[in-house]
Design a protein around this ligand. Structure first.
Ligand code: AMP
Ligand code: MN
Ligand code: MN
Ligand code: MN
Length: 283
């Protein structure tokens, strides 16, 4: 078994269709794939469910606020039509539209036009800063995607607009209302020291969070060890995924991330009752 439980389609800031992701996963011997778009589940209105080659898990990645930080919570096994989940996602999608409109006003004041028109030609439902970065590169305003984040889209950037996300507990509640497991995404990527990260893990667990992402692309091996220990200590499961967005981005691929350590296999998310129930009942 090989599970990749985090990736993006063109319904958020991935460049490819859900069908492409599924094919790529099969080519890479992935047996369980979760598509986890930012604040949207449109992929599951079209992606095939079960096949003999691969199991597709319905997921989502919700942006939320905790203290003064932006935190990402992945939901796995969500019943994507659940009204409580969709109510939250609709409000997040609206916040994303309003943010991009505010960014567009700032961009027009700087003399660059056409952002909203360019977004309308795309299938995306959740507008992200990544889309704005692509637009800035296509217009020649910025040389590369990371440079666009630095000069325009990051906190000190020229067209930065603060986001109006839901709270951590709201995101977890919506995922659980939809029958899913809430997973704290890429915990090593937040600007937190060890003590602060533990405070986040405690708050996440207290709000009903079920798992930490214990492995992802480019994870520092020290983080893998530390996250494994945190999961054991706080009674959480461990998930893992590539966070794949784009086949043109070198060094990223579906299924490409270090495996969970052998020592923490009993905490792997495939031991979770929801995972077990899901595959027992669908056999
Ligand atoms: P948003 O959720 O709209 O704020 O957009 C965040 C998305 O932009 C993330 O999911 C990443 O895919 C991408 N991203 C964030 N920071 C960077 C960066 N420094 N360079 C390139 N892409 C980034
Ligand atoms: Mn993204
Ligand atoms: Mn993320
Ligand atoms: Mn992601």
């Amino acid at each position: 078994m090989k599970a990749d439980l985090h990736c993006h389609s063109y319904y958020s800031d991935g460049t490819q269709s859900p069908g492409f992701l599924v094919q790529r996963a099969i080519e890479n011997q992935v047996t369980h794939l979760a598509i986890t778009d930012h604040d949207c589940t449109a992929a599951f209105d079209e992606a095939p469910g079960e096949s003999t080659e691969i199991s597709i898990i319905s997921g989502v990645e919700i942006s939320c606020g905790w203290e003064s930080l932006e935190i990402h919570v992945v939901g796995l096994f969500v019943k994507h039509k659940n009204p409580e989940l969709q109510k939250l996602l609709t409000s997040q999608q609206l916040a994303r539209r309003q943010r991009v409109q505010a960014m567009n006003e700032k961009l027009e004041a700087l003399g660059t036009f056409g952002l909203l028109d360019s977004l309308e030609t795309m299938p995306c439902i959740a507008y992200t800063r990544s889309h704005v970065a692509h637009f800035l590169v296509s217009k020649g305003v910025c040389k590369t995607h990371p440079k666009a984040f630095k000069s325009h889209l990051g906190k000190r950037g020229k067209i930065y607009v603060a986001s109006d996300w839901c709270g951590l507990a709201e995101a977890i509640d919506a995922i659980r209302a939809a029958g899913g497991i809430a997973v704290l995404a890429h915990p090593g990527r937040y600007p937190l020291n060890k003590k602060e990260l533990e405070a986040l893990v405690l708050a996440f667990k207290a709000s009903g969070g079920g798992a930490l992402e214990g492995s992802y692309r480019n994870i520092d091996p020290k983080d893998t060890q530390h996250l494994g220990r945190l999961a054991v200590q706080h009674g959480l499961y461990l998930s893992a995924g590539s966070d794949f967005h784009d086949p043109a981005a070198r060094w990223t691929d579906i299924g490409r991330f270090p495996p969970l350590a052998q020592a923490v296999q009993e905490h792997a998310i495939w031991q979770h009752p929801i995972w077990r129930d899901h595959y027992c009942t669908s056999l």
